[in-house]
Design a binder for this molecule. Structure first.
Ligand code: ADP
Length: 624
Protein backbone atom coordinates (compact mmCIF):
# COMPACT_ATOMS: atom_id res chain seq x y z
CA UNK A 1 0.00 0.00 0.00
CA UNK A 2 1.22 3.49 -0.87
CA UNK A 3 1.18 6.37 1.55
CA UNK A 4 -0.39 9.74 0.94
CA UNK A 5 1.94 12.71 1.14
CA UNK A 6 1.92 14.35 4.54
CA UNK A 7 -0.04 17.41 3.57
CA UNK A 8 -2.59 15.32 1.70
CA UNK A 9 -3.02 13.19 4.78
CA UNK A 10 -3.92 16.17 6.83
CA UNK A 11 -6.51 17.42 4.36
CA UNK A 12 -7.81 13.91 4.06
CA UNK A 13 -8.11 13.69 7.78
CA UNK A 14 -10.08 16.92 7.81
CA UNK A 15 -12.41 15.49 5.21
CA UNK A 16 -12.95 12.19 6.92
CA UNK A 17 -13.69 13.76 10.28
CA UNK A 18 -15.52 16.37 8.39
CA UNK A 19 -15.88 19.85 9.63
CA UNK A 20 -18.47 20.68 7.04
CA UNK A 21 -22.11 20.58 7.56
CA UNK A 22 -22.23 20.87 3.82
CA UNK A 23 -21.05 17.39 2.92
CA UNK A 24 -23.17 17.24 -0.21
CA UNK A 25 -20.76 19.45 -2.16
CA UNK A 26 -18.66 16.35 -2.86
CA UNK A 27 -20.98 15.61 -5.79
CA UNK A 28 -20.36 19.01 -7.31
CA UNK A 29 -16.61 18.41 -7.00
CA UNK A 30 -16.72 15.04 -8.73
CA UNK A 31 -18.94 16.36 -11.48
CA UNK A 32 -16.74 19.34 -12.19
CA UNK A 33 -13.67 17.13 -12.30
CA UNK A 34 -15.53 14.96 -14.80
CA UNK A 35 -16.49 18.00 -16.82
CA UNK A 36 -12.87 19.25 -16.83
CA UNK A 37 -11.75 15.83 -18.04
CA UNK A 38 -14.27 15.96 -20.86
CA UNK A 39 -13.21 19.49 -21.74
CA UNK A 40 -9.71 18.20 -22.27
CA UNK A 41 -10.74 15.31 -24.48
CA UNK A 42 -13.16 17.45 -26.41
CA UNK A 43 -10.34 19.76 -27.34
CA UNK A 44 -8.36 16.80 -28.63
CA UNK A 45 -11.38 15.59 -30.56
CA UNK A 46 -11.12 18.68 -32.74
CA UNK A 47 -8.01 17.22 -34.32
CA UNK A 48 -8.55 13.52 -33.77
CA UNK A 49 -11.56 11.99 -35.59
CA UNK A 50 -11.29 8.78 -33.62
CA UNK A 51 -12.56 10.47 -30.48
CA UNK A 52 -16.31 10.17 -30.30
CA UNK A 53 -17.54 13.54 -29.31
CA UNK A 54 -20.82 12.55 -27.75
CA UNK A 55 -19.72 13.16 -24.19
CA UNK A 56 -21.68 12.67 -21.01
CA UNK A 57 -21.38 12.20 -17.27
CA UNK A 58 -23.31 9.30 -15.80
CA UNK A 59 -24.47 8.84 -12.26
CA UNK A 60 -25.76 5.54 -10.93
CA UNK A 61 -26.54 4.01 -7.57
CA UNK A 62 -26.66 0.54 -6.10
CA UNK A 63 -28.74 0.59 -2.96
CA UNK A 64 -27.76 -2.90 -1.82
CA UNK A 65 -24.06 -2.29 -2.17
CA UNK A 66 -24.51 1.31 -0.90
CA UNK A 67 -22.49 2.66 -3.80
CA UNK A 68 -22.78 5.87 -5.74
CA UNK A 69 -20.94 5.99 -9.06
CA UNK A 70 -19.94 8.97 -11.17
CA UNK A 71 -18.58 8.10 -14.57
CA UNK A 72 -17.24 10.24 -17.37
CA UNK A 73 -15.86 9.63 -20.85
CA UNK A 74 -13.25 12.33 -20.54
CA UNK A 75 -9.50 12.20 -20.89
CA UNK A 76 -8.87 9.67 -18.12
CA UNK A 77 -5.69 9.24 -16.13
CA UNK A 78 -2.48 7.29 -16.63
CA UNK A 79 -0.83 5.52 -13.73
CA UNK A 80 1.43 8.52 -13.27
CA UNK A 81 -1.54 10.90 -13.27
CA UNK A 82 -3.24 8.81 -10.61
CA UNK A 83 -0.17 8.89 -8.50
CA UNK A 84 0.31 12.61 -8.93
CA UNK A 85 -3.29 13.78 -8.83
CA UNK A 86 -4.86 11.54 -6.26
CA UNK A 87 -1.84 10.76 -4.12
CA UNK A 88 -1.04 14.33 -3.32
CA UNK A 89 -3.15 17.37 -2.88
CA UNK A 90 -0.81 19.97 -4.30
CA UNK A 91 2.35 18.96 -6.04
CA UNK A 92 4.51 21.77 -4.92
CA UNK A 93 2.68 22.37 -1.74
CA UNK A 94 4.69 20.38 0.76
CA UNK A 95 7.06 23.05 1.86
CA UNK A 96 4.69 25.95 1.73
CA UNK A 97 2.17 23.89 3.58
CA UNK A 98 4.45 23.16 6.46
CA UNK A 99 5.83 26.63 6.73
CA UNK A 100 2.77 28.70 6.38
CA UNK A 101 -0.05 26.71 7.72
CA UNK A 102 0.88 26.10 11.27
CA UNK A 103 -1.81 27.38 13.52
CA UNK A 104 -4.39 27.89 10.81
CA UNK A 105 -7.92 26.74 11.40
CA UNK A 106 -9.30 23.89 9.37
CA UNK A 107 -11.60 26.01 7.28
CA UNK A 108 -8.84 28.49 6.50
CA UNK A 109 -6.76 25.60 5.29
CA UNK A 110 -9.47 24.18 3.12
CA UNK A 111 -10.12 27.68 1.84
CA UNK A 112 -6.59 27.82 0.52
CA UNK A 113 -6.47 24.38 -0.98
CA UNK A 114 -9.94 23.97 -2.36
CA UNK A 115 -11.89 20.85 -1.68
CA UNK A 116 -11.69 18.68 -4.75
CA UNK A 117 -11.67 14.96 -5.07
CA UNK A 118 -10.86 14.29 -1.43
CA UNK A 119 -14.18 15.75 -0.38
CA UNK A 120 -15.71 12.42 -1.38
CA UNK A 121 -14.20 11.03 1.81
CA UNK A 122 -16.73 13.09 3.72
CA UNK A 123 -19.41 10.64 2.70
CA UNK A 124 -17.53 7.49 1.69
CA UNK A 125 -15.26 5.22 3.67
CA UNK A 126 -13.92 3.55 0.56
CA UNK A 127 -13.36 4.96 -2.91
CA UNK A 128 -12.43 3.20 -6.12
CA UNK A 129 -11.33 5.00 -9.24
CA UNK A 130 -11.31 3.07 -12.52
CA UNK A 131 -9.66 4.97 -15.29
CA UNK A 132 -8.11 4.73 -18.72
CA UNK A 133 -6.31 7.63 -20.31
CA UNK A 134 -6.73 8.81 -23.88
CA UNK A 135 -4.05 7.21 -26.03
CA UNK A 136 -3.31 4.52 -23.47
CA UNK A 137 -3.70 0.75 -23.76
CA UNK A 138 -3.94 -0.07 -20.08
CA UNK A 139 -6.44 0.98 -17.51
CA UNK A 140 -5.95 1.25 -13.76
CA UNK A 141 -7.82 0.91 -10.54
CA UNK A 142 -7.01 3.20 -7.64
CA UNK A 143 -8.48 2.31 -4.30
CA UNK A 144 -8.33 3.87 -0.87
CA UNK A 145 -10.03 3.59 2.46
CA UNK A 146 -8.67 6.89 3.71
CA UNK A 147 -5.55 7.93 5.56
CA UNK A 148 -4.06 4.44 5.64
CA UNK A 149 -3.01 4.92 2.00
CA UNK A 150 -3.98 3.77 -1.45
CA UNK A 151 -3.32 1.03 -4.00
CA UNK A 152 -3.01 1.23 -7.76
CA UNK A 153 -3.35 -1.91 -9.87
CA UNK A 154 -3.81 -2.53 -13.58
CA UNK A 155 -7.39 -2.99 -14.56
CA UNK A 156 -8.97 -3.92 -17.86
CA UNK A 157 -11.27 -0.96 -18.30
CA UNK A 158 -13.34 -0.58 -21.40
CA UNK A 159 -13.27 2.79 -23.05
CA UNK A 160 -11.41 5.96 -22.15
CA UNK A 161 -12.55 7.91 -19.12
CA UNK A 162 -12.94 7.67 -15.39
CA UNK A 163 -15.41 5.91 -13.15
CA UNK A 164 -15.49 6.79 -9.49
CA UNK A 165 -17.28 4.48 -7.07
CA UNK A 166 -18.06 5.73 -3.57
CA UNK A 167 -18.87 3.22 -0.83
CA UNK A 168 -21.04 5.34 1.40
CA UNK A 169 -20.43 5.43 5.14
CA UNK A 170 -23.01 3.75 7.39
CA UNK A 171 -25.82 6.05 8.49
CA UNK A 172 -25.59 7.56 11.94
CA UNK A 173 -28.11 9.41 14.07
CA UNK A 174 -26.93 12.72 12.66
CA UNK A 175 -25.99 11.81 9.14
CA UNK A 176 -28.07 9.87 6.68
CA UNK A 177 -25.52 9.05 4.01
CA UNK A 178 -28.01 6.75 2.32
CA UNK A 179 -29.77 9.90 1.15
CA UNK A 180 -27.14 10.07 -1.56
CA UNK A 181 -28.60 6.89 -3.02
CA UNK A 182 -31.94 8.57 -3.60
CA UNK A 183 -32.96 9.80 -7.03
CA UNK A 184 -34.64 12.96 -5.78
CA UNK A 185 -31.61 13.91 -3.71
CA UNK A 186 -29.16 13.44 -6.55
CA UNK A 187 -31.27 15.27 -9.09
CA UNK A 188 -31.81 18.18 -6.78
CA UNK A 189 -28.08 18.41 -5.98
CA UNK A 190 -27.24 18.41 -9.66
CA UNK A 191 -29.80 21.15 -10.28
CA UNK A 192 -28.49 23.16 -7.39
CA UNK A 193 -24.76 22.91 -7.98
CA UNK A 194 -24.08 21.66 -11.46
CA UNK A 195 -26.91 22.83 -13.65
CA UNK A 196 -24.69 24.80 -16.05
CA UNK A 197 -22.21 21.96 -16.67
CA UNK A 198 -22.04 21.88 -20.45
CA UNK A 199 -22.25 18.11 -20.83
CA UNK A 200 -25.34 16.08 -20.03
CA UNK A 201 -25.33 14.60 -16.55
CA UNK A 202 -27.44 11.49 -16.93
CA UNK A 203 -29.09 9.14 -14.50
CA UNK A 204 -31.80 6.47 -14.60
CA UNK A 205 -34.85 8.00 -13.03
CA UNK A 206 -38.31 6.72 -12.31
CA UNK A 207 -41.24 8.19 -14.18
CA UNK A 208 -44.91 7.52 -13.95
CA UNK A 209 -46.42 6.97 -17.40
CA UNK A 210 -49.75 5.91 -18.74
CA UNK A 211 -49.85 2.19 -19.36
CA UNK A 212 -49.95 1.46 -23.02
CA UNK A 213 -53.28 0.20 -24.26
CA UNK A 214 -55.30 1.53 -21.35
CA UNK A 215 -58.18 3.77 -22.40
CA UNK A 216 -57.83 7.53 -22.13
CA UNK A 217 -60.90 7.97 -20.02
CA UNK A 218 -59.84 5.20 -17.65
CA UNK A 219 -56.07 5.41 -17.71
CA UNK A 220 -53.81 3.14 -15.75
CA UNK A 221 -50.32 4.17 -14.77
CA UNK A 222 -47.04 2.40 -14.36
CA UNK A 223 -43.56 3.27 -13.19
CA UNK A 224 -40.78 3.12 -15.75
CA UNK A 225 -37.08 3.75 -15.59
CA UNK A 226 -35.65 6.21 -18.07
CA UNK A 227 -32.24 7.66 -18.70
CA UNK A 228 -32.71 11.36 -17.95
CA UNK A 229 -30.50 14.40 -18.31
CA UNK A 230 -30.54 16.18 -14.99
CA UNK A 231 -28.90 19.48 -15.85
CA UNK A 232 -29.86 22.44 -18.00
CA UNK A 233 -26.47 22.41 -19.79
CA UNK A 234 -26.39 26.10 -20.62
CA UNK A 235 -23.08 27.50 -19.48
CA UNK A 236 -23.63 30.36 -17.11
CA UNK A 237 -21.93 32.87 -19.37
CA UNK A 238 -24.35 32.08 -22.17
CA UNK A 239 -27.37 32.90 -20.06
CA UNK A 240 -29.11 36.26 -20.30
CA UNK A 241 -27.75 38.66 -17.70
CA UNK A 242 -31.13 38.97 -16.06
CA UNK A 243 -30.98 35.30 -15.09
CA UNK A 244 -27.58 35.47 -13.50
CA UNK A 245 -27.82 36.66 -9.92
CA UNK A 246 -25.13 36.76 -7.27
CA UNK A 247 -25.98 33.33 -5.98
CA UNK A 248 -25.63 31.73 -9.40
CA UNK A 249 -22.36 33.57 -9.95
CA UNK A 250 -20.98 32.35 -6.62
CA UNK A 251 -22.09 28.76 -7.12
CA UNK A 252 -20.53 28.67 -10.53
CA UNK A 253 -17.27 29.95 -9.13
CA UNK A 254 -17.15 27.33 -6.41
CA UNK A 255 -17.85 24.58 -8.85
CA UNK A 256 -15.58 25.74 -11.65
CA UNK A 257 -12.63 26.67 -9.49
CA UNK A 258 -12.99 24.13 -6.72
CA UNK A 259 -13.19 26.70 -3.98
CA UNK A 260 -14.99 26.12 -0.75
CA UNK A 261 -15.40 29.83 -0.08
CA UNK A 262 -17.57 32.17 -2.08
CA UNK A 263 -15.60 34.83 -3.97
CA UNK A 264 -15.26 38.40 -2.70
CA UNK A 265 -16.71 39.53 -5.97
CA UNK A 266 -18.03 38.06 -9.18
CA UNK A 267 -18.68 39.96 -12.40
CA UNK A 268 -20.51 38.82 -15.48
CA UNK A 269 -19.96 40.79 -18.65
CA UNK A 270 -20.79 40.48 -22.30
CA UNK A 271 -18.36 42.62 -24.21
CA UNK A 272 -19.12 43.72 -27.73
CA UNK A 273 -16.97 45.87 -29.91
CA UNK A 274 -13.75 45.44 -31.80
CA UNK A 275 -13.64 42.06 -30.15
CA UNK A 276 -16.61 40.19 -28.78
CA UNK A 277 -16.54 37.89 -25.79
CA UNK A 278 -18.41 36.78 -22.70
CA UNK A 279 -16.63 36.68 -19.42
CA UNK A 280 -17.05 35.76 -15.78
CA UNK A 281 -14.44 37.31 -13.53
CA UNK A 282 -13.87 36.60 -9.86
CA UNK A 283 -11.82 37.80 -6.94
CA UNK A 284 -11.28 34.80 -4.62
CA UNK A 285 -11.69 35.50 -0.94
CA UNK A 286 -8.42 33.83 0.03
CA UNK A 287 -5.08 33.91 -1.70
CA UNK A 288 -4.07 30.38 -2.75
CA UNK A 289 -1.29 28.99 -0.57
CA UNK A 290 1.27 29.42 -3.32
CA UNK A 291 0.05 32.76 -4.67
CA UNK A 292 3.15 34.69 -3.77
CA UNK A 293 5.53 31.98 -4.95
CA UNK A 294 6.86 31.27 -8.39
CA UNK A 295 4.81 28.06 -8.48
CA UNK A 296 1.57 29.93 -8.86
CA UNK A 297 0.11 29.91 -12.33
CA UNK A 298 -2.18 32.76 -13.17
CA UNK A 299 -4.64 32.67 -16.04
CA UNK A 300 -8.24 32.51 -17.11
CA UNK A 301 -10.08 29.59 -18.66
CA UNK A 302 -10.30 30.26 -22.34
CA UNK A 303 -13.17 28.97 -24.45
CA UNK A 304 -13.99 29.39 -28.05
CA UNK A 305 -17.70 29.05 -28.60
CA UNK A 306 -18.15 26.78 -25.62
CA UNK A 307 -15.12 24.58 -26.30
CA UNK A 308 -12.37 24.93 -23.77
CA UNK A 309 -9.05 25.74 -25.41
CA UNK A 310 -6.97 26.33 -22.36
CA UNK A 311 -7.35 25.82 -18.65
CA UNK A 312 -5.13 28.73 -17.65
CA UNK A 313 -4.41 31.21 -20.37
CA UNK A 314 -1.73 33.41 -18.85
CA UNK A 315 -1.72 35.89 -21.68
CA UNK A 316 -5.17 37.12 -20.71
CA UNK A 317 -4.21 38.89 -17.50
CA UNK A 318 -1.23 40.91 -16.32
CA UNK A 319 0.77 39.65 -13.33
CA UNK A 320 -0.56 42.30 -10.99
CA UNK A 321 -4.10 41.07 -11.57
CA UNK A 322 -2.93 37.47 -11.47
CA UNK A 323 -5.29 36.72 -8.59
CA UNK A 324 -8.35 37.15 -10.82
CA UNK A 325 -9.94 33.89 -11.82
CA UNK A 326 -12.52 33.42 -14.46
CA UNK A 327 -13.71 32.33 -17.83
CA UNK A 328 -13.52 33.97 -21.22
CA UNK A 329 -15.47 32.69 -24.20
CA UNK A 330 -15.07 34.30 -27.58
CA UNK A 331 -16.31 33.20 -30.96
CA UNK A 332 -13.71 35.41 -32.59
CA UNK A 333 -10.97 32.98 -31.64
CA UNK A 334 -9.49 30.45 -33.96
CA UNK A 335 -10.17 27.02 -32.50
CA UNK A 336 -7.20 25.25 -33.98
CA UNK A 337 -4.83 27.55 -32.31
CA UNK A 338 -1.81 26.13 -30.56
CA UNK A 339 -0.46 27.39 -27.28
CA UNK A 340 2.59 28.93 -28.89
CA UNK A 341 0.54 30.82 -31.42
CA UNK A 342 -1.87 31.91 -28.73
CA UNK A 343 0.78 33.96 -27.03
CA UNK A 344 1.13 36.16 -30.06
CA UNK A 345 -2.41 35.98 -31.23
CA UNK A 346 -3.84 39.37 -32.04
CA UNK A 347 -7.30 38.43 -30.82
CA UNK A 348 -5.99 37.18 -27.51
CA UNK A 349 -4.07 40.41 -27.07
CA UNK A 350 -7.17 42.42 -27.87
CA UNK A 351 -9.16 40.45 -25.29
CA UNK A 352 -6.40 40.90 -22.74
CA UNK A 353 -6.41 44.67 -23.23
CA UNK A 354 -10.12 44.86 -22.95
CA UNK A 355 -10.12 42.62 -19.86
CA UNK A 356 -7.57 44.76 -18.12
CA UNK A 357 -9.77 47.80 -18.66
CA UNK A 358 -12.76 45.90 -17.40
CA UNK A 359 -10.96 44.69 -14.28
CA UNK A 360 -9.65 48.19 -13.57
CA UNK A 361 -13.05 49.76 -13.89
CA UNK A 362 -14.63 47.09 -11.68
CA UNK A 363 -11.98 47.60 -9.01
CA UNK A 364 -12.56 51.32 -9.16
CA UNK A 365 -16.30 50.84 -8.75
CA UNK A 366 -15.69 48.48 -5.88
CA UNK A 367 -13.47 50.98 -4.14
CA UNK A 368 -16.18 53.59 -4.45
CA UNK A 369 -19.21 51.52 -3.61
CA UNK A 370 -18.10 48.39 -1.78
CA UNK A 371 -15.37 49.61 0.49
CA UNK A 372 -15.29 46.59 2.76
CA UNK A 373 -15.05 44.13 -0.10
CA UNK A 374 -12.32 46.22 -1.67
CA UNK A 375 -10.33 46.28 1.55
CA UNK A 376 -10.68 42.53 1.87
CA UNK A 377 -9.41 42.18 -1.66
CA UNK A 378 -6.50 44.45 -0.86
CA UNK A 379 -5.60 42.57 2.30
CA UNK A 380 -5.31 39.34 0.32
CA UNK A 381 -3.93 40.63 -2.97
CA UNK A 382 -2.64 44.16 -2.35
CA UNK A 383 0.93 42.93 -2.46
CA UNK A 384 0.34 41.79 -5.99
CA UNK A 385 -0.71 45.30 -6.98
CA UNK A 386 2.24 46.81 -5.12
CA UNK A 387 4.65 44.54 -6.97
CA UNK A 388 2.90 45.67 -10.14
CA UNK A 389 3.68 49.31 -9.34
CA UNK A 390 7.29 48.50 -8.64
CA UNK A 391 7.92 46.02 -11.44
CA UNK A 392 9.51 47.10 -14.70
CA UNK A 393 10.85 50.33 -13.17
CA UNK A 394 7.37 51.58 -12.55
CA UNK A 395 6.12 51.06 -16.08
CA UNK A 396 2.55 50.49 -14.89
CA UNK A 397 2.57 52.78 -11.90
CA UNK A 398 0.14 55.33 -13.24
CA UNK A 399 -2.42 52.67 -14.01
CA UNK A 400 -2.15 51.18 -10.56
CA UNK A 401 -1.42 53.94 -8.07
CA UNK A 402 -5.06 54.63 -7.33
CA UNK A 403 -5.61 51.03 -6.31
CA UNK A 404 -3.01 51.21 -3.55
CA UNK A 405 -3.96 51.35 0.10
CA UNK A 406 -1.87 51.91 3.21
CA UNK A 407 -2.66 51.88 6.87
CA UNK A 408 -3.18 55.37 8.24
CA UNK A 409 -2.04 56.50 11.69
CA UNK A 410 -4.99 58.83 11.93
CA UNK A 411 -7.86 56.71 10.61
CA UNK A 412 -6.41 53.48 11.94
CA UNK A 413 -7.48 51.71 8.80
CA UNK A 414 -6.49 51.45 5.15
CA UNK A 415 -6.67 54.62 3.07
CA UNK A 416 -5.88 55.38 -0.55
CA UNK A 417 -3.27 57.91 -1.59
CA UNK A 418 -5.92 60.22 -2.94
CA UNK A 419 -7.73 60.15 0.40
CA UNK A 420 -4.46 60.92 2.14
CA UNK A 421 -3.65 63.87 -0.05
CA UNK A 422 -7.16 65.31 0.26
CA UNK A 423 -6.86 65.41 4.02
CA UNK A 424 -3.35 66.71 4.43
CA UNK A 425 -2.81 69.14 7.32
CA UNK A 426 -2.49 72.85 6.50
CA UNK A 427 1.08 73.58 5.55
CA UNK A 428 1.89 69.93 4.99
CA UNK A 429 3.51 69.40 1.64
CA UNK A 430 4.67 65.78 1.86
CA UNK A 431 3.17 62.34 2.17
CA UNK A 432 4.68 61.00 5.38
CA UNK A 433 5.30 57.35 5.94
CA UNK A 434 7.08 55.17 8.48
CA UNK A 435 8.36 51.63 7.98
CA UNK A 436 8.46 48.65 10.26
CA UNK A 437 7.58 45.02 10.62
CA UNK A 438 4.14 45.51 12.07
CA UNK A 439 1.71 48.34 12.70
CA UNK A 440 2.36 48.05 16.44
CA UNK A 441 6.10 48.41 16.01
CA UNK A 442 5.76 51.32 13.63
CA UNK A 443 3.42 53.10 16.00
CA UNK A 444 6.16 52.94 18.62
CA UNK A 445 8.94 54.38 16.47
CA UNK A 446 10.53 57.35 18.29
CA UNK A 447 9.99 59.77 15.41
CA UNK A 448 6.27 59.07 15.14
CA UNK A 449 5.24 61.08 18.18
CA UNK A 450 6.51 64.37 16.88
CA UNK A 451 4.98 63.89 13.46
CA UNK A 452 1.66 63.11 15.07
CA UNK A 453 1.96 66.20 17.26
CA UNK A 454 2.32 68.25 14.13
CA UNK A 455 -1.04 66.88 13.08
CA UNK A 456 0.36 64.80 10.25
CA UNK A 457 -1.24 61.61 9.14
CA UNK A 458 1.39 58.91 8.67
CA UNK A 459 1.15 55.92 6.38
CA UNK A 460 2.47 52.75 7.96
CA UNK A 461 4.59 50.71 5.57
CA UNK A 462 4.57 47.15 6.77
CA UNK A 463 5.50 45.25 3.62
CA UNK A 464 9.08 45.17 2.44
CA UNK A 465 8.04 46.44 -0.97
CA UNK A 466 6.17 49.50 0.33
CA UNK A 467 9.06 51.89 0.48
CA UNK A 468 10.25 50.79 -2.95
CA UNK A 469 6.77 51.58 -4.20
CA UNK A 470 7.00 55.06 -2.69
CA UNK A 471 10.41 55.60 -4.29
CA UNK A 472 9.17 54.46 -7.69
CA UNK A 473 6.06 56.62 -7.46
CA UNK A 474 8.18 59.55 -6.24
CA UNK A 475 5.07 61.61 -5.67
CA UNK A 476 1.32 61.40 -5.73
CA UNK A 477 -0.60 64.34 -7.06
CA UNK A 478 2.55 66.44 -6.87
CA UNK A 479 3.16 65.59 -3.21
CA UNK A 480 6.46 63.84 -2.58
CA UNK A 481 6.80 60.88 -0.29
CA UNK A 482 8.94 61.38 2.82
CA UNK A 483 9.85 59.02 5.59
CA UNK A 484 9.22 60.41 9.07
CA UNK A 485 12.50 58.86 10.11
CA UNK A 486 14.26 61.06 7.62
CA UNK A 487 12.10 64.13 7.67
CA UNK A 488 13.30 67.20 9.47
CA UNK A 489 10.21 68.74 10.95
CA UNK A 490 12.05 71.62 12.55
CA UNK A 491 13.50 72.76 9.23
CA UNK A 492 10.32 74.60 8.31
CA UNK A 493 9.94 76.28 11.68
CA UNK A 494 12.28 79.26 12.08
CA UNK A 495 12.23 79.52 15.85
CA UNK A 496 12.81 75.78 16.26
CA UNK A 497 15.57 75.92 13.74
CA UNK A 498 17.32 78.71 15.61
CA UNK A 499 17.02 76.83 18.88
CA UNK A 500 18.48 73.71 17.33
CA UNK A 501 21.37 75.58 15.72
CA UNK A 502 22.27 77.20 18.99
CA UNK A 503 22.17 73.96 20.96
CA UNK A 504 24.15 72.13 18.29
CA UNK A 505 26.95 74.64 18.45
CA UNK A 506 27.02 74.41 22.22
CA UNK A 507 27.02 70.63 22.06
CA UNK A 508 29.47 70.24 19.19
CA UNK A 509 32.28 68.78 21.26
CA UNK A 510 29.99 66.11 22.69
CA UNK A 511 28.57 65.18 19.30
CA UNK A 512 32.02 64.85 17.78
CA UNK A 513 33.17 62.75 20.68
CA UNK A 514 30.23 60.35 20.37
CA UNK A 515 30.68 60.09 16.63
CA UNK A 516 34.34 59.27 17.12
CA UNK A 517 33.66 56.62 19.73
CA UNK A 518 31.05 54.89 17.56
CA UNK A 519 33.37 54.97 14.56
CA UNK A 520 31.89 54.09 11.18
CA UNK A 521 28.78 52.54 12.67
CA UNK A 522 27.19 55.91 12.11
CA UNK A 523 27.73 58.51 9.47
CA UNK A 524 26.72 61.36 11.67
CA UNK A 525 25.62 62.17 15.20
CA UNK A 526 23.38 65.18 15.53
CA UNK A 527 20.88 66.90 17.74
CA UNK A 528 17.26 66.78 16.75
CA UNK A 529 13.87 68.18 17.62
CA UNK A 530 12.09 65.39 15.77
CA UNK A 531 11.67 63.40 18.94
CA UNK A 532 9.37 63.71 21.88
CA UNK A 533 9.66 61.17 24.69
CA UNK A 534 12.53 59.11 23.26
CA UNK A 535 16.14 60.16 23.82
CA UNK A 536 17.50 58.91 20.47
CA UNK A 537 16.57 57.53 17.09
CA UNK A 538 18.27 56.41 13.91
CA UNK A 539 17.63 57.98 10.57
CA UNK A 540 19.30 57.35 7.28
CA UNK A 541 21.46 59.84 5.57
CA UNK A 542 21.66 58.39 2.09
CA UNK A 543 19.61 56.95 -0.76
CA UNK A 544 19.11 53.63 0.99
CA UNK A 545 16.85 53.77 3.99
CA UNK A 546 17.11 51.54 7.03
CA UNK A 547 13.99 49.71 5.94
CA UNK A 548 15.45 49.09 2.49
CA UNK A 549 18.59 47.73 4.12
CA UNK A 550 16.44 45.22 6.00
CA UNK A 551 14.40 44.25 2.95
CA UNK A 552 17.34 43.87 0.60
CA UNK A 553 19.37 41.88 3.12
CA UNK A 554 16.44 39.59 3.76
CA UNK A 555 16.21 38.56 0.11
CA UNK A 556 17.14 34.96 -0.60
CA UNK A 557 20.34 35.62 -2.52
CA UNK A 558 21.57 38.58 -0.58
CA UNK A 559 25.04 38.54 0.91
CA UNK A 560 23.77 40.88 3.65
CA UNK A 561 26.07 43.64 2.51
CA UNK A 562 23.59 46.43 1.91
CA UNK A 563 24.05 49.18 4.46
CA UNK A 564 22.12 52.37 4.94
CA UNK A 565 24.09 55.40 6.09
CA UNK A 566 22.91 55.80 9.67
CA UNK A 567 22.49 59.04 11.51
CA UNK A 568 22.15 58.94 15.29
CA UNK A 569 19.80 61.70 16.34
CA UNK A 570 19.82 62.83 19.95
CA UNK A 571 16.75 64.51 21.36
CA UNK A 572 17.79 68.07 22.19
CA UNK A 573 14.97 68.39 24.68
CA UNK A 574 15.51 65.18 26.57
CA UNK A 575 17.09 64.82 30.01
CA UNK A 576 19.71 62.56 28.45
CA UNK A 577 21.02 65.58 26.59
CA UNK A 578 22.07 67.22 29.87
CA UNK A 579 23.45 63.97 31.20
CA UNK A 580 25.69 63.51 28.17
CA UNK A 581 26.94 67.05 28.47
CA UNK A 582 27.79 66.46 32.12
CA UNK A 583 29.69 63.27 31.38
CA UNK A 584 31.66 64.95 28.63
CA UNK A 585 33.17 67.20 31.28
CA UNK A 586 33.58 64.61 34.04
CA UNK A 587 33.91 61.06 32.73
CA UNK A 588 34.64 60.48 29.03
CA UNK A 589 35.05 56.71 29.47
CA UNK A 590 31.50 56.42 30.80
CA UNK A 591 30.24 58.65 28.00
CA UNK A 592 31.57 56.06 25.55
CA UNK A 593 29.42 53.41 27.24
CA UNK A 594 26.41 55.69 27.05
CA UNK A 595 27.04 56.12 23.35
CA UNK A 596 26.99 52.35 22.80
CA UNK A 597 23.77 51.93 24.76
CA UNK A 598 21.98 54.80 23.05
CA UNK A 599 23.09 53.66 19.61
CA UNK A 600 21.98 50.07 20.29
CA UNK A 601 18.68 51.28 21.63
CA UNK A 602 18.12 53.32 18.50
CA UNK A 603 18.87 50.26 16.36
CA UNK A 604 16.41 48.14 18.26
CA UNK A 605 13.67 50.74 17.88
CA UNK A 606 14.31 50.79 14.14
CA UNK A 607 13.81 47.05 14.03
CA UNK A 608 17.51 46.25 13.57
CA UNK A 609 19.52 43.84 15.70
CA UNK A 610 22.08 45.08 18.15
CA UNK A 611 25.20 44.73 16.02
CA UNK A 612 27.62 44.02 18.85
CA UNK A 613 25.81 42.26 21.67
CA UNK A 614 28.96 41.83 23.76
CA UNK A 615 29.77 45.51 23.65
CA UNK A 616 26.20 46.42 24.47
CA UNK A 617 25.90 44.11 27.48
CA UNK A 618 29.25 45.27 28.81
CA UNK A 619 28.30 48.89 28.48
CA UNK A 620 25.06 48.36 30.41
CA UNK A 621 26.87 46.50 33.17
CA UNK A 622 29.43 49.28 33.52
CA UNK A 623 26.77 51.94 33.71
CA UNK A 624 24.89 50.03 36.36
P1 ADP B 1 -8.58 19.97 -8.61
O1 ADP B 1 -9.67 19.45 -9.45
O2 ADP B 1 -8.92 21.18 -7.81
O3 ADP B 1 -7.27 20.07 -9.32
P2 ADP B 1 -8.91 17.43 -7.32
O4 ADP B 1 -8.32 16.88 -6.05
O5 ADP B 1 -10.38 17.45 -7.40
O6 ADP B 1 -8.31 18.88 -7.46
O7 ADP B 1 -8.35 16.63 -8.53
C1 ADP B 1 -6.98 16.48 -8.70
C2 ADP B 1 -6.68 16.17 -10.14
O8 ADP B 1 -7.07 14.84 -10.46
C3 ADP B 1 -7.39 17.02 -11.16
O9 ADP B 1 -6.73 18.26 -11.36
C4 ADP B 1 -7.36 16.13 -12.40
O10 ADP B 1 -6.12 16.27 -13.06
C5 ADP B 1 -7.44 14.75 -11.82
N1 ADP B 1 -8.81 14.24 -11.91
C6 ADP B 1 -9.74 14.25 -10.94
N2 ADP B 1 -10.89 13.71 -11.38
C7 ADP B 1 -10.67 13.35 -12.66
C8 ADP B 1 -11.48 12.73 -13.70
N3 ADP B 1 -12.75 12.40 -13.48
N4 ADP B 1 -10.88 12.51 -14.90
C9 ADP B 1 -9.60 12.85 -15.14
N5 ADP B 1 -8.81 13.43 -14.22
C10 ADP B 1 -9.33 13.68 -13.01
Amino acid sequence: MKQFKTESKRILDLMINSIYTNKEIFLRELISNASDAIDKLKFISLTDDKVISDFSINISVDKDARTLTVEDDGIGMTEKDLEKNLGTIAESGTLAFKKENEGKTDSELIGQFGVGFYSAFMVADKIQVFTKAYGSETGYKWESEGVSGYDIVEYAKEGVGTKIVLYLKPDTDDEKYSEFLEEYKISSLVKQYSDYIRYPIKMMTTHTVKKEGTPDDKPEYEQVQELTTLNGMVPLWKKPKSEVNKEALDEFYKSEFHDYLAPIKGVYAKIEGAITYDTLLYIPSKAPFDYYSKDYKKGLKLYSNGVMIMDKCEELIPDYFGFIRGVVDSSDLNLNISREILQQDRQVKAIANSLEKKISSELKKMLENEREAYENMFKEFGLSIKFGVYAGFGYNKDKLKDFLMFYSSKKEKLVTLSEYVKEMAPGQDKIYYACGESYEKIARLPQIEKAKDKGYEILYFKDGVDEFVAKILNDYDGKKFASVTEADFSASDDSEKAKLDQKSTEFKGVLDFIKESLGDKVKEVKLSLNLKSHPVCLSSGGEISIEMEKTLNAMPNSDKKVKADKVLEINAEHKVYEKLKGLFDTDKELLKKYAVVLYSQARLLSGLDVDDVFDFVNAITEIM
